[in-house]
Design a protein around this ligand. Structure first.
Ligand code: ZN
Ligand code: ZN
Length: 360
């Protein structure tokens, strides 16, 4: 964790901020290792203080041996009062807080406890930006989550029949991932048969998979807090002509994009690699969502690969892990989406997902 704290401290120094109060659980876990549901981390130039309650003090000591732990007791020693104590001890006149992860009520409570002597300064994205580039430990964990996901998909694929319902298929995939070593699913598994697949984020229901129609499966395992994300579109029986046409467009759009990903490429230009190809094929209006997103301690995190109007123009950097998931969705017919996770490398990118694709 030390190098992560060091990178955050450098970012704080650059902005002239003496301390950051970390309240987002994923950011707190990233910097301290502590995975409990309740906690705050205060990081200064030379201190890291973790505040949590009695449910978690033992776990915090195990998971975050490198930081000092202070136990919050409500109502006797509520967190805002403990923070005010720490600010006085450490001589802090300003504390940055995570504006995107602090409610108005929490902010009011902190302001009242800190009083006029300590200024609360809103900050955004400081830890999230660090998390975009994965270190060796994170990459190893992500590779495990991805391998479990790929293996579960491959094993269950052989057992699906036209009579299997979406919900049954989703459960079979979940069981396979759990048995394979996942601590949880990364998100509710999507299995969307036929017209249901026209909604990119359909939920699995009672519809049988059927034959000759597209079935979108979007799934991922979670391992040690890290999320995998995989989409395959399959068909049972013989696909129709439209399936063959659209599948080839999405597959080729994804392959072209993957061939073009490299450090320095602005995120919105990565999106355009797929979007322009799909638009040239006549289906631009049917690819509504962004090309991809980072994965890690959250299922959706930076970088955000989207159109320039909505996405980031920040360049890709080595160490980023992002999804590449173009799709085409036709109301009344269904959808085609193919999603792989890739690692941006010095020379381009490495495809991490290995689940099989259709060979049509
Ligand atoms: Zn997905
Ligand atoms: Zn995704």
């Amino acid at each position: 964790m030390d190098h992560r704290l060091a990178r955050l401290r450098a970012a704080l120094a650059e902005r002239g901020l003496p301390a950051l109060l970390v309240s987002a659980p994923a950011n707190r876990r990233y910097l301290s290792g502590f995975s409990g549901s309740y906690g705050y981390l205060l990081v200064t130039a030379d201190q890291a203080l973790l505040f949590t309650d009695s449910r978690y003090t033992l776990r915090a000591a195990q998971e975050a041996p490198g930081v000092a732990i202070r136990q919050v007791v409500n109502p006797g020693r509520p967190f805002p009062a403990l923070l005010a104590e720490a600010a006085a001890e450490l001589g802090l006149a300003r504390i940055a807080f995570e504006a995107a992860h602090t409610t108005v009520a929490e902010h009011r409570g902190l302001s009242q406890a800190l009083g006029g002597g300590v200024e609360l300064v809103p900050a955004e994205g400081l830890v999230e930006e660090l998390r975009e580039e994965k270190d060796a430990t994170e990459l190893a964990t992500l590779r495990r989550a991805i391998a479990i996901t790929d293996a579960a998909f491959t094993a269950v694929l052989e057992r699906l029949t036209p009579e299997t319902t979406e919900r049954e298929a989703a459960w079979m995939l979940e069981v396979a991932m759990r048995v394979g070593g996942a601590e949880a699913v990364a998100f509710p598994i999507i299995v969307a048969a036929g017209p249901n697949g026209a909604q990119p984020h359909a939920s699995a229901g009672d519809t049988p998979l059927g034959s000759g129609r597209p079935i979108v499966i979007d799934m991922g395992a979670r391992v040690d807090g890290y999320h995998a994300d995989l989409t395959r579109t399959i068909v049972l029986g013989e696909p129709d002509a439209r399936f063959r046409e659209l599948y080839a467009i999405v597959r080729d759009a994804q392959a072209r994009t993957i061939a073009g990903l490299r450090p320095g490429l602005p995120a919105h230009e990565a999106d355009a690699l797929a979007r322009d190809y799909i638009a040239a094929a006549g289906y631009g209006e049917h690819f509504g969502h962004g090309l991809g997103h980072g994965v890690g301690l959250n299922i959706h995190e930076g970088p955000s690969l989207r159109r320039s109007a909505t996405g980031s123009s920040a360049p890709l950097r080595p160490g980023m892990v992002t999804s590449v998931e173009p799709g085409i969705y036709l109301e009344g017919w269904g959808g085609i989406r193919i999603e792989d996770l890739v690692l941006i490398t010095e020379g381009g990118c490495e495809v991490l997902s290995q689940a099989p694709k259709l060979s049509l």
